[in-house]
Write a protein that binds this ligand. Structure first.
Ligand code: SER
Length: 593
């Protein structure tokens, strides 16, 4: 079935069952500062779930159906494999204080197995198994209702997988909002449809309270559905991508196939973002657009694109999608101009990088480019390694591949997400609902950042005598911090409690936080901790907690900040998990409340 037919069937199926067809909202969410971009169909309906808005007044019904333009960047590094995308179309049906699990499950099953004729043999489902230990101490029960409904449809125990909070509990988007258990439908092992049963409101303090009215929110990626329905081996062989891919000359080898997928995904997302009024910039949604476009240009270079290639690809996207999304046709001129301008800008940066590469090559006696040099080009000028490799080879040089691997791994934490938001040496997750957008989220990240420094020292306090623990990574999102360190065994519950208590004690003492510039040597001599020592410049910034003199301070670290002014601002610190992240590396996740 073509994707056009799938869209039509979906809308009509739910329209026949009393749903009002609502057009996709913009990729730039209106009236919702908690998220940067639209990442799900339910976003435009958030206020109908809480009862703040009346769906009957606005839609003449308590149920709606839509096909929502959505963009998520959390998996951007995975794009290029067989199943990851940034931009996608989400088919969804929604109910506000209307029908609940029984109808939602039965209709989804009917749509998949009857309307589309997919054999039940190919399907299985997942349901929420309950969570006895939420952060707030609340127990969230197993979704026995959904299990009973699936059984009534003929699914045996072997077809119903029970999963925990990570997999089968959705929401809220942003800091607070509706959320609830989910049930997912899989075909041939691929998750295609997520049914969310909104029955709670998650408050900003993470406590769940029952929603006044139950809500239904479902989401199914059109690309995956097309893959199943068209028997395509990957989403890229469906009618949503095939014509674009075919139009790009490339060899059937791994790195080229990957580059083509990245280019096609990113240009599709860019076209839709520009049509919704977003311009490339260095912040917020504009930054996401810039990143997509520049990555598309970079990977286009791997494929030997000439300068106008992206424009002609954008024109193809417009042609393919304009029937269903007329806005991209209306904004055609804007789209093409923005892409062209960004391309010109980026080529200038690339030229600078090329000069740098020439210099690097000219200074070499041996015909080898070190991993550090290749990494520098990648990090500072956005050169994909494929490009450096090719240009070097043209001149008879080789890249020290294992050196490159080491450099890349070493810098991965800070280079992640393009080092776009660097908080000291800690990776900050960006993109979709985890992006640090609102001030509230930046404030939360700052508190978690200072908490990370306290945690780092407390780990040394408790474990330092047994082995030389070493920081291996750090990652902070508005929801939690994650800290990796080298240590040979699992921590005992007593050790974890001790670490947590020390951090909370330092928070209670409301210690002042100081920052000072000093020489790297001096800082290290005074015991300041550094994550990637050799990458720091000679003059460094040191954050000291408890005393302006690092040698007297409780915690001292080389770090770019920002941090809170006093530890009392952090709030209560809680370790939520300790696990192994890889051989010899432990990982702690913690939150502040
Ligand atoms: N909101 C859910 C999701 O994004 C279902 O629509 O998966």
């Amino acid at each position: 079935m073509t994707s056009g037919e799938l869209r039509k069937r979906f809308l009509e199926f739910f329209e026949k069952r009393g749903h009002k067809i609502v057009p996709s909202s913009s990729l730039l969410p209106e009236d919702d500062s908690s998220v940067l971009l639209t990442t799900a169909g339910m976003q435009q309906f958030k206020l109908y779930y809480t009862g703040a808005k009346d769906p009957v007044k606005d839609f003449g019904a308590r149920r709606t159906v839509s096909i929502q333009k959505s963009l998520r960047t959390s998996d951007i590094d995975e794009v290029g494999d067989e199943s990851h995308l940034t931009f996608f179309e989400m088919l969804g049906n929604f109910g506000f204080g209307d029908y609940f699990k029984e109808d939602a499950i039965k209709w989804s099953w009917e749509f998949i197995t009857k309307e589309l004729g997919i054999s039940p043999e190919r399907c299985h489902v997942s349901v929420f198994k309950g969570d006895p230990s939420t952060n707030s101490g609340q127990v969230v029960p197993e979704d026995t209702e959904s299990i009973a409904i699936w059984k009534s449809l003929g699914l045996g125990d072997d077809k119903i997988k029970k999963c925990g909070r990570e997999d089968n509990f959705w929401g809220p988007t942003g800091d607070e909002g509706p959320c609830g258990p989910t049930s997912e439908i899989y075909v041939d092992g691929v998750e295609i449809w997520n049914l969310v049963f909104n029955q709670y409101y998650c408050r900003a303090d993470k406590n769940l309270e029952p929603l006044k009215q139950n809500g239904i929110d479902t989401g199914m990626g059109l690309e995956r559905l097309a893959m199943i329905s068209q028997d395509a081996p990957t989403i890229f062989e469906t009618d949503l991508f095939e014509p674009l891919i075919q139009s790009i000359p490339h060899k059937d080898i791994e790195n080229e196939a990957r580059a083509v997928r990245i280019v096609v995904d990113h240009i599709r997302g860019s076209v839709f973002l520009i049509a919704d009024g977003i311009l490339p910039s260095n912040i917020g949604a504009g930054y996401i657009l810039r990143r997509l476009l520049r990555r598309a240009i970079r990977y286009g270079k791997v494929l030997d694109f000439d300068k106008n290639f992206l424009i002609s690809l954008a024109e193809k996207v417009i042609k393919m999608y304009k029937e269903f999304y007329p806005e991209i046709s209306i904004k055609r001129e804007d789209i093409l101009t923005v892409i062209q301008k960004e391309e010109e800008k980026f080529y200038k940066t690339l030229e600078k990088g090329l000069k740098e590469l020439e210099k690097t090559l000219a200074a070499k006696k041996e015909k080898i480019i070190s991993g550090e040099d290749a990494f520098h080009l990648y990090e500072s000028y956005g050169f994909p390694t494929e490009l450096t490799r090719e240009l070097a080879e043209e001149r008879g040089f080789n890249i020290d591949e294992s050196g490159w691997e080491t450099s890349f791994k070493k810098h991965r934490e800070i280079s992640r997400a393009g080092a776009e938001k660097k908080f000291g040496g800690h990776g900050i997750a960006t993109g979709d609902r985890r992006q640090a957008t609102s001030f509230k989220e930046i404030d939360k990240i700052t508190r978690l950042h200072t908490a990370t420094h306290l945690l780092h020292q407390a780990i040394h306090d408790v474990l330092g005598n047994e082995a030389e623990v070493q920081q291996r990574g750090s990652d902070i999102t508005p929801e939690r911090l994650r800290f990796d360190f080298a240590f040979p065994r699992k921590l005992t519950p007593e050790e974890l409690k001790k670490i947590e208590n020390i951090v909370n004690k330092k928070i209670k003492l409301d210690l002042p936080v100081f920052s000072a510039k000093m020489s790297k040597e001096g800082a290290i001599r005074m015991g300041a901790r550094a994550f990637l020592k050799d990458k720091y410049p000679n003059e460094v910034n040191v954050y000291s907690i408890g005393d302006p003199d690092p040698s007297k301070a409780y915690s001292k670290e080389l770090c770019g900040g920002p941090h809170v002014a006093r530890t009392g601002e952090i709030g209560e610190f809680k370790i939520i998990k300790e696990e192994s992240s890889s051989a010899g590396i432990r990982r702690i996740r913690a939150v502040v409340e």
